[in-house]
Design a protein around this ligand. Structure first.
Ligand SMILES: C[S@@+](CC[C@H](N)C(=O)[O-])C[C@H]1O[C@@H](n2cnc3c(N)ncnc32)[C@H](O)[C@@H]1O
Length: 213
């Protein structure tokens, strides 16, 4: 019994220490999440902790929408979104790291995803979104915004490509070393000219839904 208690204390201690060190490093140095964490991002454990269908419903997704995912990583959310918008809809999965997109490409090549035909992979930066003005219904970002050094520049781009009334959904998760308070995310969106539509979820994980006026 004592052995189990000591083991639990050691595990929790290591996890807390990892969180503290990771947060300090992320404050000092800006770099995209390394591609080797892609498997962990798209794992059963993550799906249990942060269920994609629940997170995606918060964005107000609908059939037929044209959607951009900024910082798609290995695609933990992309396939769920692709199914939610259906054959009439389209998902652009954008990431700055080709290695992340390769992982998503492998995922899409698996037999269980052969029904998905509406995802286009885009290797680009959030600073330079290769889409026409006012051409998209929804842009979403999950644990991405704080990873981008010039958030204001990225959000201006998002605002440009959204249709009037289009939605930006920003989701953050406490486990992410870049996690910001909800008030910080709301302030960033407002400063970029978005109206706040709704803030959903808890301290553990929240989604702020903004609308382009
Ligand atoms: C923590 S990962 C999250 C990935 C995915 N959204 C998820 O929740 O599983 C952050 C992702 O944002 C991407 N990223 C970081 N800066 C970016 C930028 N300036 N433009 C586009 N993507 C960026 C990284 O390459 C990485 O794949």
């Amino acid at each position: 019994m004592v052995v189990i208690e000591v083991a639990l204390i050691v595990i929790v201690g290591i996890l807390l220490l990892h969180q503290v060190v990771a947060r300090i490093v992320r404050k000092l140095v800006h770099f995209p999440a390394p591609a080797f964490i892609g498997r962990g991002l798209d794992s059963d454990l993550r799906r249990r902790l942060q269920p994609p269908d629940k997170i995606i419903q918060r964005s107000g997704i609908e059939n037929g929408m044209r959607v951009l995912e900024v910082g798609c990583g290995s695609g933990a959310y992309t396939t769920f979104v692709a199914r939610a918008v259906g054959e009439e809809g389209k998902v652009y999965a954008l990431d700055i790291q080709p290695e992340m997109l390769q992982q998503l490409e492998h995922k899409l090549a698996k037999p269980e995803n052969e029904d998905i035909k509406n995802i286009e992979l885009v290797n680009s930066s959030a600073y330079d979104l290769p889409f026409d003005d006012g051409s998209l219904d929804l842009v979403y970002m999950v644990t991405v915004l704080q990873e981008i050094p010039d958030r204001s520049k990225a959000l201006q781009q998002v605002r440009r490509v959204l249709k009037p009334g289009g939605v930006l959904a920003v989701t953050e998760w406490l486990v992410d070393p870049d996690y910001p308070w909800k008030s910080t995310t709301i302030r960033l969106g407002r400063e970029a000219g978005f109206d706040i539509d709704e803030a959903l979820g808890s301290l553990w994980q929240y989604t702020v839904r903004f609308a382009k006026p």
